[in-house]
Design a protein around this ligand. Structure first.
Ligand SMILES: Nc1ncnc2c1ncn2[C@@H]1O[C@H](COP(=O)(O)OP(=O)(O)OP(=O)(O)O)[C@@H](O)[C@H]1O
Length: 262
């Protein structure tokens, strides 16, 4: 967690559930989720496919209304799409006819109809932080998949959201790029503290990046366990060889694959 993180709950889910199908014979997607995320905390979410991870993310973004319980941010109930949330998906969906810089600035243009010199400066600063300073005037198809995903992250950060929601952001990348971009994300997060919810299917990625890992059960998704990752920061490739890293990934694996014995 960054130094400015406080113990106060920032994002709070109280008894949250969601059912897509009103038929009571069909189980809800998620049910009875209680969760407190502190400001600037990095929380990873893992769990079997279809357990409701994206459903949870969409409710925090205000894109989906819970059918039971409530979601609040800083004590205020979420009742619609939020402005203070940046979202990064598996594919960055960049506009192919705009340069990298213009893609990054696009949400501002879309929201306010224009952007100024200061915004361009901020875009360039964030691009530099993501190692893309020499690519600002390139077109998306001149970039590798990893670079395009970095552009997607920078775009999500440009409006300086309080909350960054990431739904399997690195799953389309090869293993080496994935590890590197994870470290880059941590560097950006430490310089621009945000409250992060990071969905992943990779247990080691969750442990490497997060302050805490939320383990969800299979459908209907509930909280199986919240595991604190008490590994020092900054996390580096050395973190992976720390014996405690191995213990934590082992423990999470047991929770997911043998929940009844964990
Ligand atoms: N729009 C929808 N309408 C009906 N059912 C849905 C809808 N979206 C998701 N579901 C169902 O709700 C459950 C949870 O879906 P969700 O996408 O949240 O899971 P997930 O954990 O993110 O899955 P994955 O790991 O495969 O991406 C799944 O059984 C899914 O089929």
């Amino acid at each position: 967690m960054t130094e400015s993180a406080t113990n106060r709950s920032f994002v709070q889910l109280a008894g949250v559930g969601h059912r897509y199908d009103p038929n009571p014979d069909i189980p809800p997607a998620i049910t009875g989720i209680n969760l407190d995320i502190r400001r600037h905390e990095f929380v990873a979410v893992v769990g079997p496919s279809g357990c409701g991870k994206s459903t949870l993310l969409r409710m925090i973004a205000g894109l989906l209304k819970p059918s039971e319980g409530s979601v609040s941010v800083f004590g205020k109930e979420v009742d619609g799409p939020r402005d203070d949330v940046g979202i990064v998906f598996q594919k960055p969906t960049l506009l192919p006819w705009l340069t990298v810089r213009k893609n990054v600035l696009f949400p501002l243009k879309h929201k306010y109809g224009r952007y100024g010199r200061e915004d361009e400066k901020r875009a360039d600063e964030l691009l530099a932080m993501a190692g893309l300073e020499t690519f600002a005037n390139k077109m998306p198809d001149e970039l590798s998949g990893g670079m395009q995903q970095r552009v997607g992250i920078v775009r999500a950060l440009l409006l300086n959201p309080d909350i960054l929601l990431m739904d399997e952001p690195f799953s389309a990348l090869d293993a080496m790029t994935r590890e590197q971009i994870g470290f880059d994300l941590l560097k950006i997060w430490q310089e621009n503290p945000k409250t992060v919810l990071f969905i992943t299917h990779s247990i080691s990625e969750a442990v490497l990046l997060a302050d805490r890992v939320l383990v969800m059960s299979k459908r209907p998704g509930t909280v199986l366990e919240m595991v604190s990752v008490d590994l020092p920061r900054p996390r580096t490739t050395h973190t992976i060889s720390n014996p405690h890293f191995g213990k934590l990934t082992e423990r999470l694996r047991k929770h997911i694959y043998e929940p009844e014995v964990a």
